[in-house]
Ligand binder design. Structure first.
Ligand code: A3P
Length: 318
């Protein structure tokens, strides 16, 4: 199937585009298939991503933005690399665990000469997730919903980990990320209004979450949540290790918990993305968004959640 898209025409999309200081001047498109809102330049890479060759021994990580992706990348990379904490502190997580559609999302990378094609292009030529013990196994992160992910994922069936997070917390975290990284000048409530209207990149939120929810019992899919990681990181470490066919001792679980703690990842330049700490390691809390959005917006969110979850059987984080 070929991937295409058409311009997102919505007054809130115009307002959002105008609210960015650094980029998205070309506006947003809605993809077909997938109905995903993306910056227009995504269409330059979308087909290549959809046709990306998948290997059986890949490990894929799929999430909606700001749902604990970096946290999970660090865990998975360590489990797949014999708990090599030294390299994990020295080599940036983006190098160890590439981001499939990075070119459209990281404006800095997009401006690098020769960056066209981003990690997707490069990962096609050599092993993604190049770390010392990663030969052969590629670790790849993506924020795309099933319809836009490489189609071979559904026939080759490598291991796929999905991480879900409460939409209020993910959306609020995404707001601060956009302010810090992309110079967004809207208020939190203005941004959330765009989010609820599916005018923000990577929305609709429910497309990704509900589609992976339906797939959660497939043997090659692991469903994790940010909230579970906060509540009992040790349990998520054990569950993820078992899914990846890795054995971990209780002492190793303890070491991983220490390395993966918020303060330790916040102080680690390889996981806090160097100079943009606040965008990636901001608050690290469950339910923090309630204190930040207005009561009216909180109420609108609750209604929007009820409308989308009704009849789906969804019992993930809300
Ligand atoms: P907040 O902005 O709510 O603090 P992603 O990696 O998908 O971009 O997600 C980023 C979110 O995960 C941020 O949320 C960040 O603080 C949180 N996070 C990252 N590492 C964490 C950790 N070790 N413990 C708790 N939260 C973490």
């Amino acid at each position: 199937m070929s991937v295409s898209g058409e311009r997102l025409r919505h007054p809130l999309a115009e307002r959002l585009s105008a609210g960015f200081e650094h980029r998205y001047g070309d506006g947003f498109v809605v993809t077909r298939p997938g109905g995903l809102v993306m910056p227009a330049e995504f269409l330059l890479d979308a087909q290549r991503i959809h046709d990306f060759p998948v290997r059986q021994d890949d490990v894929w990580l799929a999430t909606f933005p700001k749902s604990g992706t970096t946290w999970t990348q660090e865990l998975v990379w360590l489990l797949m690399n014999d708990l090599d904490f030294e390299t994990a502190k020295e080599m940036c997580v983006t190098k160890r665990f590439p981001y499939l559609e990075s070119r459209v999302y990281c404006w800095r990378q997009a401006r690098e000469p020769g960056a066209r094609g981003g990690q997707a292009g490069r990962a096609g030529h050599h092993q993604a997730g190049s770390g010392p013990a990663a030969a052969g196994t590629r670790l790849i992160k993506s924020r795309l919903p099933p319809a836009l992910l490489p189609r071979q994922l559904w026939t080759v069936k490598p291991k796929i980990i999905y991480v879900a997070r409460s939409p209020k917390d993910a959306a609020t975290s995404f707001y601060y990320h956009n302010c810090l990284i992309h110079g967004l000048k809207l208020s939190l409530d203005e941004f959330l209004e765009c989010f609820l209207a599916d005018c923000v990149q990577f929305t609709p939120y429910w497309t990704s979450v509900l589609e992976f929810w339906k797939l959660r019992n497939e043997p090659n899919i692991l469903w994790n949540t940010y909230e579970e990681m906060k509540q009992d990181l040790g349990a998520v470490i054990r569950k993820t290790a078992a899914f990846l066919d890795k054995e971990v001792t209780e002492e190793q679980v303890r070491q991983l918990e220490q390395h993966l703690s918020f303060s330790s990842m916040r102080d680690n330049p390889a996981t806090n993305y160097g100079g943009v700490v606040e965008a990636f390691m901001r608050e690290g809390q469950v339910g923090g968004s309630r204190r930040r959005m207005s009561p009216e917006m909180d109420h609108r969110f609750d209604q929007w959640i009820r409308d989308h979850v009704r009849g789906t059987g969804y019992s993930g984080p809300l």
